[in-house]
Design a protein around this ligand. Structure first.
Ligand SMILES: C[S@@+](CC[C@H](N)C(=O)[O-])C[C@H]1O[C@@H](n2cnc3c(N)ncnc32)[C@H](O)[C@@H]1O
Length: 197
């Protein structure tokens, strides 16, 4: 077995054993260990949350004083400690639903969005980046000063433009690839700390 396959298998097994719905949960765990995006008591918004691995991890990281909301186009089975809605994040009215749930600005926005892939790389890349701009629109309205964010980025033609755009809004950003992310996938994670608006 190749090292990469073994690693993939390792995270899948771990997710199964520890009751996480996706191996993706370990990407968030690892990012959080390095950057402390989420802490106890945080209000966290998870955009593109199905099947729910990141939401489950966010509930764990925020503890019982935290508040976690997840949004996805797909149905997500209930997660104790999280509020889930089935919506398109491109629809502007989701902001009202977010604000009415939290009732205040929040501490972290986490985005792991992927469009339904068409197989045409340029199209899929452009769509994924466009979804990230929609997330930023939401984030601008709901994230509190000094809050944190993370965006999955399909690395390609438009990714630098996107990261340059978010860079201006934060004290610090970092582009990284967690071990739990498959080496052959083009995804990177843009970790953004200290929102300045
Ligand atoms: C890679 S999955 C997220 C995995 C998740 N972080 C986890 O840990 O289980 C990407 C998700 O983005 C969602 N998505 C794509 N476009 C969306 C949109 N416009 N609005 C809401 N969700 C969207 C997809 O339905 C899909 O479930």
């Amino acid at each position: 077995m190749k090292l990469q396959d073994a690693r993939k298998d390792h995270y899948r097994k771990l997710a199964h054993e520890q009751g996480f719905r996706s191996r993706a949960a370990y990407k968030l765990k690892e990012l959080n260990q390095s950057y402390r995006i989420i802490g106890p008591g945080f209000g966290v918004l998870d955009l593109g949350c199905a099947p729910g691995g990141w939401t489950q991890m966010a509930v764990k990281l925020t503890g019982n004083q935290g508040k976690v909301m997840g949004i996805d186009l797909s149905y997500v089975e209930e997660i104790p400690g999280a509020y889930l809605i089935r919506e398109n994040i491109e629809d502007e009215h989701v902001i009202d639903e977010i604000m009415s749930y939290f009732g205040r600005k929040i501490n972290a926005v986490i985005c792991d969005l992927s469009p339904k892939v068409s197989g045409n790389w340029s199209v899929d890349h452009a769509k994924q980046i466009s979804l990230n701009y929609d997330c930023v629109k939401i984030m601008d309205k709901v994230l509190s000063n000094k809050g944190n964010a993370v965006f999955k980025v399909f690395d390609g033609e438009y990714s630098k433009e996107f990261t340059d755009y978010v860079k201006k809004k934060f004290a610090r950003i970092n582009l990284t690839k967690p071990k739990a992310s498959r080496k052959q996938s083009s995804e990177l994670y843009c970790v953004c700390l200290g929102f300045i608006g």
